[in-house]
Design a protein around this ligand. Structure first.
Ligand SMILES: Nc1nc2c(c(=O)[nH]1)N[C@H]1C(S)=C(S)[C@@H](COP(=O)(O)OP(=O)(O)OC[C@H]3O[C@@H](n4cnc5c(N)ncnc54)[C@H](O)[C@@H]3O)O[C@H]1N2
Ligand code: MOO
Length: 400
């Protein structure tokens, strides 16, 4: 089955998210806003000094030079957080201020202290300044009433800081995509215990959990299945109904321990597709168990991640009805590297740059993860076509 057909089948079975919940700001990282946020008050709510110096009436110091300074009476100081209403800007006066200080009414500029003699009582001013110099106006950052974040914005980094600057403590966000993870296979250990002979660490868990949790999803359970299909099926029976999507890794190929197809048959899950015309990750499988979607990725690390990127992001975009989660496809130039033809359409690790995209990976094997560190996209290599430097190629990127 072609990748696009598999993506379309999956999309038809994604639940549409509708409910919301209120969470503290720091718990909202990676979540989607349920409603637009408007500024109830301007930020800052007062005119503030942009430099350490003196609040002045700019008209008073017009023409001031080092040779002919203007001297002003210093009424006192207003430090950040202090009440500026104790002072009123009168002719030939100044108030000592620091960066962030509220500026008392009547003053219209802040002269930086380097242009004064920094006197506490009678300050000599050596330059003149235009009105509003070094004054941050009310609402300089956010004017009152402005829409700060649109409905369905995705909360991260700066957006959480902007909400905090408005004094917001809790936000109403869309219910996350609830995901359960099941890792199959023998000899797969969680980091923290010494490796048994022939075993490897469950490295796959970490990119999967972090991709999911930083893009509007939560991982509700992480379970290991041993190599019996009973065990796998029991995990699904026990936990499956808690989630919107179950992602399983490994066990989808044809070996003795490839238990996923057998377990799905025992669960009477409906197979949506099994095997996709892609390399790596050919044996990927999707099924539906009592209305819950199960996406079964290959166990090979790079194959699993290619499966994840190609199927998870379109599904997430559908769940939130939001294109910012969709895979982005674009045409660019292959600037470095080559690939021999492949019978199946192949997804190659790519490193995008200003000129195009480069193939820099030392290994293209499906089981090799470490090369991905400097790679940020997948190059689509059409079937039976070689890739060489200078070719126009299609690349796929996912939300970062
Ligand atoms: N005789 C055949 N053998 C294989 C075929 C085939 O058609 N005929 N297909 C190959 C292809 S293609 C792939 S892809 C793999 C997929 O196999 P599975 O999805 O069944 O994965 P496993 O066999 O369970 O594991 C493969 C590999 O990945 C390691 N692994 C699994 N889970 C993790 C994890 N969570 N973290 C780190 N590493 C993991 C596992 O130890 C194996 O080394 O099958 C080919 N074989
Ligand atoms: O599809 Mo498997 O993809 O060779 O790793």
């Amino acid at each position: 089955m072609p990748v696009e057909s598999a993506q379309n089948i999956l999309k038809q079975h994604v639940p549409i998210q509708s409910r919301s919940e209120t969470v503290p700001l720091l718990a909202a990282q990676g979540r989607m806003l349920a409603q637009a946020v408007y500024a109830q008050a301007p930020v800052p709510s007062f005119a503030r000094a942009g430099m350490d110096g003196y609040a002045v009436r700019t008209a008073d110091i017009k023409g001031a030079t080092p040779e002919l300074p203007v001297t002003l009476a210093v009424l006192g100081h207003v430090y950040p957080g202090e009440d500026p209403s104790l002072f009123l800007g009168q002719p030939q006066t100044a108030v000592r201020v620091l960066t962030g200080s509220p500026i008392p009414t009547g003053f219209d500029g802040v002269i930086k202290q380097e242009w004064t003699n920094l006197d506490a009582k009678q300050v000599a001013i050596f330059h003149d300044i235009a009105p509003k110099t070094n004054v941050g106006a009310v609402g300089e950052d956010i004017p009152q009433g402005q829409q700060v974040l649109a409905k369905h914005s995705y909360l991260n980094y700066e957006s959480l800081g902007i909400l905090a600057s408005l004094g917001v403590t809790d936000v109403t966000v869309l219910r996350p995509l609830r995901v359960g993870l099941i890792f199959t296979g023998s000899g797969i250990q969680t980091p923290g215990t010494p490796l048994n002979p022939g075993s490897i660490y469950n490295s796959l868990m970490y990119p999967l959990v972090t991709y999911i949790q930083s893009h509007g999803g939560v991982v509700v359970f992480k379970e290991y299945s041993d190599t019996s299909s009973h065990n796998f099926a029991n995990i699904i029976r026990q936990y499956g109904s808690q989630v919107d999507l179950i992602i399983t890794t490994g066990g989808v190929s044809v070996g003795d321990q490839d238990i996923v197809p057998k377990a799905l048959a025992a669960l009477r899950a409906k197979i949506l597709f099994q095997g996709v015309a892609m390399k790596p990750g050919t044996p990927v499988l999707a099924s539906l168990w009592q209305g819950h979607l199960i996406l079964s990725l290959s166990g090979n690390l790079f194959a699993a991640l290619v499966n994840f990127h190609l199927f998870y992001w379109p599904l997430l975009a559908q769940f939130f009805d939001n294109d910012q989660f969709a895979l982005k496809q674009q045409t660019t130039t292959l600037t470095k590297g080559s690939m021999p033809p492949s019978k199946l359409r192949r997804f190659v690790r790519g490193q995008s740059n200003e000129e195009g995209v480069a193939i820099t990976a030392k290994s293209h094997h499906a089981s090799v993860l470490s090369d991905l560190i400097d790679n940020d996209c997948l190059i689509i290599q059409p079937q039976n076509t070689q890739l060489q430097s200078g070719d126009q190629v299609q690349i796929l990127t996912w939300p970062r």
